[in-house]
Write a protein that binds this ligand. Structure first.
Ligand code: SF4
Length: 345
């Protein structure tokens, strides 16, 4: 169907009320930025899911980073968006302002040369992420091994998506599957999820027209009672994904339980360095504390049970300048996006 006709259909849709979840924070951002919610019928509600890595990282992990940063032998290296995620006492930015050596980089591999040039310190990367970023951390470890650079470490908060999607599926009528994750995993995991949940999934690109086409496909599938996984992003997502990247990850990491902010403990949804690489680990297991700031609704927002605007702190005590919860920190966080673009969810 032509895009204009699909848009017309979505605008005039008057079937049963449906709730669709876009799992990935980059999709949430693209949907809001392009104004898609404002052209949808009131009977179609889009909610964001647990696909922002910073948003689902628990306070216990941030607290561990802060504790490591207090040891003057350590240099903490991170992507910028983790710097302001609140721990139970402070965030990394505050630790830095109090004298901790905290640096941010655009690629984890940059840390290798930093560590090589300064053997006096241990360089610890804050490795939070999903299947998408795990191959980069595996590459970092492989390179450190090859170049015999022993003063690099990871503090991992690596998670896999399917189990989390199972956890949030109650009340959801269809999913836009995480596109970047599917580039690595392929379509099979989402076909299996669709079959287990008896719900439609669409793997989508990130352009407005691709997302509109994906939402149209999902609405049509819900109308017809179809479950299954449709790959509308075939230019990037192959059925078997990226087996070489998965192999690198498997060599380096093993599965374990992980605690997600707002979702609790999910069996087998974490990735941890294997025993043979434990010298590169900074104590990543057991960082389970998940302490929300009073009044913060991140747990409900991440699971599609609450809109960001319905949090009493939204735009008042909690803003991009002064975030109270993790969802207001990352550019992939639902509250950050709602605050930035402001159209109806
Ligand atoms: Fe948490 Fe702030 Fe979002 Fe409320 S607006 S849910 S306090 S991040």
């Amino acid at each position: 169907m032509e895009l204009a006709k699909a848009a017309e259909y979505l605008k005039n849709y008057d079937g049963k009320r449906i709730k669709l979840m876009e799992v990935c924070g980059t999709h949430t951002s693209a949907i809001r930025q392009s104004g898609i919610p404002s052209v949808l019928s009131d009977r179609i509600r889009m909610v964001s899911g647990p696909g922002c890595p910073v948003c689902v990282t628990v306070t216990g992990y941030i607290d561990r980073l802060i504790a490591l940063s207090r040891d003057r032998r350590n240099v903490i290296v991170s992507f910028g968006d983790l710097m302001r995620v609140p721990g139970s006492v402070m965030d990394l930015a505050q630790a830095k302002s109090e004298g901790a050596d905290v640096r941010y980089v655009y690629s984890p591999l940059d840390m290798i040369s930093m560590a090589e040039a300064d053997r006096e310190h241990d360089y610890i990367f804050a490795a939070a992420g999903f299947e998408t970023t795990a191959p980069v951390y595996a590459a970092l470890i492989a390179e450190a091994e090859e170049r015999e650079i022993r003063n690099v470490r990871l503090l991992t908060a690596l998670k896999t998506m399917p189990q989390a999607i199972m956890r949030v599926a109650d009340g959801i009528d269809g999913f836009i599957a995480p596109g970047h994750v599917a580039v690595i995993t392929g379509t099979k995991e989402y076909e299996e999820l669709a079959a287990k949940l008896k719900l439609p999934f669409v793997i989508s690109g990130f352009k407005a027209e691709e997302l509109l086409a994906s939402i149209y496909a999902l609405v049509r599938m819900t109308q017809m009672g179809d479950s299954g996984c449709l790959n509308l992003y075939p230019q990037a997502v192959r059925p078997d994904g990226n087996p070489a990247a998965r192999e690198r990850v498997f060599e380096c990491f093993e599965k374990g339980d992980a605690v997600w902010r707002g979702l609790g403990r999910i069996a087998g949804s974490g990735m941890y360095l294997r025993d043979k690489y434990l010298d590169y680990d900074s104590g990543s297991r057991g960082l389970d504390t998940d302490a929300e700031a009073p009044g913060c609704k991140c747990a409900e927002v991440i699971t599609g049970r609450c809109r960001s605007e319905d949090c009493p702190l939204f735009g008042k005590a909690c803003t991009i300048q002064h975030p109270v919860g993790a969802c207001m920190v990352s550019q992939e966080g639902a509250c950050f996006i709602a605050f930035s673009y402001g159209n109806k969810l």
